[in-house]
Each structure stands twice: as C-alpha cells, then as structure tokens.
Design a binder for this molecule. Structure first.
Ligand code: SF4
Length: 355
C-alpha cells in the first residue's frame, strides 16, 4: 500500500514520504480569543490531533497567532483567503504552515513575497481547492466543478508556486460529495508527488458526516492516497479528531487507544449490552494502549470474540464472563460487568507499562 510522496515538515511533524498519516482539525473558536482557542487546542491535542488550523480573517487574528503559537506545542496552520498581508503577518507570528491558494492572492509580486517569507522560515503551503469556490474560467470550461476542473485548478496553483521555486507544498481537493472528491484525488495523485491532505468537505453533521468521511477517506486511504486528513463535521472539532483516528485504526494505518468489538445483540441476549458497551467505550476511550476490548451478548459468538480480545466479556443470564488474554477470569453479575471490564483494562495497562 502507499503512493510515494515527497516529505514536508510542519514544525517538527513530518507529512508525506514514509510518515504516518496525520490527523488534523480546525479550531471553531474566534482566533482573536486566545484563551478560548488555546483551550480548544489543548482538547484537540489530548484527543490525538497532530496539526491544528486556525482561521485568519483579519490582522487581529493574525497577530493573535503569536500568543497561540507560544501557548501550545502542536504544529499550527494559518488558514487565509486572498490577503497576502494576513499571510505575512501569520508567518511573522511564527506559524508552522500556511493554507492559501496562490492563484487567489492577486499580483505575482504578492505571491513572491509570501513565498519568500515561507522559504525563509521553512513553512510549507497547503493549496486547498474547494469544489464550491472554483475559478469562473474553469467552471465555464468544464461546465461545472468536475473532478477534472478541481485538478486543473490545483495544477494552476501549484505552477505558481513552482515558478517561484517553491516545492514545500501539500494539496487538498475537497468537494462535498464522495464520488467527485475521490475522482479528483485519484486524478491528481497520478500527476504530482506532493503530499495530499484528504477530506470530504462540508460532510455534514456528526452522524452523516462521519459516514461520508469514513467511506470517502476509506476508499482513498486504502488506495494509498492521503498523507494527512481532516474529517469535517458540523460539531465539536474534538469529534473530528476521534473519527479521523477511528478511520486510520480501521484501516490498520495507525494505532491509538483501544479497539472496541461489540455485538449488535439479538433475542439471545439476556443482559443490557447496549448500555454496557456504550459505558465501557466512553470510559476507556483514553486508554493509552491499543487493547482489543470485546463486549459480547451471549454464549454463541461471545466467548470466541471475547477470548480473542485482550479483554472481553460475554453475557449470560443476568451475568457475564470476563476473559483476559484468552483465559476465563471470573463470572460477574450484570450490574458489575462494566466496572469489572474497565478495571481489568486499566490493570492490563499498568502491568504492560510496568514491563
Ligand atoms: Fe446475539 Fe449472542 Fe451474537 Fe450478540 S453474540 S448478536 S447476543 S448471538
């Protein structure tokens, strides 16, 4: 698996090449509100975010980045549209990456100034093509925002940077529907070897956006396309990070925290499995090791799955059995099943960390 891309650096983080696929999100706070933004960044970092982006709509926001930069460790990207002065101010504030489309900056000397500042500070630029805001000429030429039109737009922005001898580039090609997004990334991946930031933009609420993102990113990542990702959700950005990680875990691309297995329940189930499974998942989501945790409803498939997991329970009649590394540990009354499994997981972590 894997399309070989060039490697770029955001602060200390490597993107592309043989670096693991990184998980990004974007602050939903007003960037000028440094306290609120830093508090959200802390929550994102705790959830496993690798790169954070902040919107920079004006000079005050660009200047606020200085305090934000010094208040956290995570690579920080400034998201800028059109105004080269905001880009320069954000670079001055010490950001690690810039998201700006050079074709939207205006005169060539403005592009050159931004590129020079990025070169001096070793800051990469993400070109972010969005199907909803393509250049008029391309819409006219292609009839609509097709995958080919999006790729042509990206190649135009890339050319502008290459003409300034700048190659610290990553590219995203986002549309709100999966077919077009996947087609655009596939097309671009055949033509350039810059790292790609993948995502389905404006994917929707937590429910529909999670599904859309998982399907779209699942296709791309399983084809080796994608060096860094963002799951865009109408919701808490922390959820974006958690969903991003689940996608990477499902594809076996990265490990972080536990992997949960639970059955859908059926007429054989004699315990309140749904409540137990949700409770256990919520309480163990920050477990620091990639333990496989199984929560199964009965003796048909339950013991098998529970035995193969690092830890598992299989329900009986108002009780359950706890398995640990394949061995039956004990029988537990239903009311104590969740607590017992959670305690056993933390004990497992303590034992493994002790060596
Ligand atoms: Fe039904 Fe048991 Fe399978 Fe759960 S493990 S779905 S309760 S048969």
């Amino acid at each position: 698996m894997g399309r070989k891309t060039r490697q770029i650096k955001l602060g200390r983080l490597l993107v592309g090449g043989d670096a693991p696929v990184s998980v990004q999100s974007m602050c939903s706070t007003d960037t000028r509100d440094v306290t609120a933004t830093l508090s959200q960044i802390t929550a994102l970092e705790q959830a496993g975010c690798d790169i954070v982006r902040c919107a920079v709509p004006d000079l005050d926001a660009a200047r606020a980045l200085k305090q934000i930069r010094s208040g956290c460790q995570i690579p920080l990207v400034a998201d800028i549209h059109f105004d080269y002065r905001l880009a320069l101010a954000a670079i001055d504030a010490g950001i690690d990456g810039l998201r700006i489309n050079p074709g939207n900056i205006g005169e060539r000397w403005k592009v050159a100034e931004v590129v020079r500042a990025c070169q001096e500070r070793q800051i990469p630029i993400r070109i972010g093509v969005n199907g909803g805001s393509l250049e008029k000429e391309l819409l006219h030429k292609h009839g609509q925002a097709t995958a080919a039109a999006m790729v042509e737009s990206a190649l135009g922005h890339i050319r502008l940077l290459e003409e300034e001898s700048f190659e610290q580039i990553k590219i995203s090609l986002k549309a709100s529907d999966i077919g077009r997004t996947v087609a655009a990334y596939r097309l671009l991946a055949q033509q350039v070897d810059y790292p790609l930031h993948v995502g389905i933009t404006e994917a929707g609420t937590v429910f529909s956006g999670t599904i859309k993102s998982a399907v779209g990113l699942g296709v791309l990542l399983s084809e080796g396309i994608g060096d860094t990702l963002r799951v865009s959700l109408t919701g808490d950005p922390v959820t974006e990070v958690r969903v991003g990680w689940e996608i990477l875990k499902c594809l076996g691309l990265r490990e972080r925290g536990p992997v949960f297995i639970s059955c859908p329940t059926c007429g054989r189930c004699r315990i309140d499995l749904i409540e137990i499974a949700n409770d256990v998942e919520a309480r163990l989501q920050d477990l620091p090791l990639p333990l496989k945790i199984a929560v199964m409803g009965c003796a048909v498939n339950g013991p098998g799955e529970a035995r193969e997991a690092d830890l598992g329970i299989a329900g009986g009649s108002n009780e359950g059995i706890l398995f640990r590394r394949g061995k039956l540990v004990c029988k537990v009354p239903q009311a104590e099943l969740a607590d017992t499994l959670v305690a056993a997981a933390w004990q497992e972590v303590a034992e493994r960390q002790a060596g």
